[in-house]
Design a protein around this ligand. Structure first.
Ligand code: HEM
Length: 343
């Protein structure tokens, strides 16, 4: 079915909102009333219609606006896209994967026509119709990884596997929750996860790395991560901290509903066929507290998660300045009823 793409902004007047249909498909990530890091990985398989699992690469009503925001970020700061020279084969792997998945999932919007290495890619929402030679970067307007990730929602890292570790050797990162590709490029799995509290001590990263080193082609895996953002801003990068950091001090009891957002990342990991690298997709979903509160079980659960969050996570996720105001705002929705595990 054709998607009605919204005209909206993730900066300045922040006109981003979710339609009622998009709220219903929001991937609320909590299956109980408290949260702690874990190796929360499961097979990335297709799910029911009208959920974010309907297709393995999800496109929604925010697609066009997100791609416009990415173009603005890249114009201001081209280093949000980087790929080390040995990643060219992984770049083509990624282009193939994203074109195939988008064309298969959304035939009204995307078409891929192949004749040997002569490919034609039609992206109707963005008005693109390009023919190129697969494997020959000179036939595209930019590198293949940049080309396709300017046309796909979410951030993307490609990690190279060598010496029993994973290395962040390419990325398109314009919608990140306060980390920097320019800082992390060339680092390994343990190094770029260095700042994360508690998870190293409980063995999360040792187990996750072991799992990923054995990831098989054709069997992608997924997990959720989450944080909170003030205003529906996609680009919460360290590079632009001066623009969004002060927003955290602007939350009052009157503006919680509109200003405070739950930011959920549906992360999927894919073994790539030619390069043996892994594509890490960080698909970001934003929802303000008013929208969240339209689903009663979420309105009960979310403040309980916030109340019981370990102090280290409150600090790391940057919630200190507005967590209590948000919990108080939800008190009108929490009747104390128990919630069921797993919803
Ligand atoms: C945070 C990248 C896979 C668990 C992060 C950060 C980055 C990152 C850049 C931010 C660190 C900072 O503060 O600077 C990646 C990449 C992955 C990957 C490229 C794939 C190769 C995983 C996996 C797990 C995991 C498989 C599973 C347990 C976490 C956790 C955090 C984190 C718990 C903290 C998030 C938060 O509290 O907001 N990751 N990660 N990561 N990562 Fe990963």
């Amino acid at each position: 079915m054709a998607i009605a793409f919204k005209q909206e902004t993730f900066r300045d007047d922040f006109s981003y909102r979710n339609s009622p249909g998009n709220i219903r498909r929001f991937p609320f990530p909590f299956d109980r009333d408290e949260y702690m890091y874990s190796v929360n990985m499961e097979p990335h398989v297709r799910g029911r219609a009208d959920t974010v699992y309907e297709n393995l690469i999800d496109v929604d009503e925010h697609y066009v606006a997100e791609m416009r925001d990415r173009a603005l970020v890249l114009k201001e700061d081209p280093l949000r896209y980087q790929a080390l020279p040995h990643m060219m084969s992984a770049q083509w792997d990624t282009l193939e994967l994203l074109m195939e998945e988008q064309a298969a999932g959304y035939p009204d919007h995307f078409t891929l026509i192949r004749s040997g290495d002569q490919w034609r890619w039609i992206n109707r929402p963005l008005g693109i119709d390009d023919s190129f030679t697969f494997g020959d970067a000179s036939t595209l307007p930019c590198e293949p990884f940049e080309y396709i990730t300017r046309q796909a929602q979410g951030d993307f890292c490609i990690v190279d596997q060598r010496d029993g570790n994973l290395w962040m050797d390419a990325g398109m990162v314009t919608t990140q929750a306060d980390w920097s590709l320019d800082f992390d490029i060339g680092m390994n799995f343990m190094e770029w996860h260095g700042p994360v509290p508690l998870a190293h001590q409980i063995g999360v990263f040792d187990r996750a790395l072991k799992f990923l080193l054995n990831l098989q082609q054709g069997k992608p895996t997924r997990r959720f991560n989450w944080t909170m953002t003030i205003n529906p801003r996609l680009d919460t990068s360290p590079e632009n901290y001066h623009k969004w950091g002060p927003d955290r001090t602007t939350v009052t009891p009157d503006n919680v509903g509109e200003k405070v957002h739950l930011r959920v990342e549906l992360q999927s990991l894919w073994r790539l066929p030619r390069s043996n690298a892994i594509l890490f997709v960080i698909r970001c979903y934003l929802m303000n507290m008013e929208e969240l509160a339209t689903v009663p079980k979420w309105a009960r659960r979310f403040p309980r998660v916030l109340k019981t969050l370990p102090p280290e996570l409150i600090d790391y996720k940057g919630l200190t300045r507005f967590r209590e105001t948000t919990i108080d705002w939800f008190s009108k929705y929490d009747d104390g009823a128990p919630t069921s595990p797993g919803i």
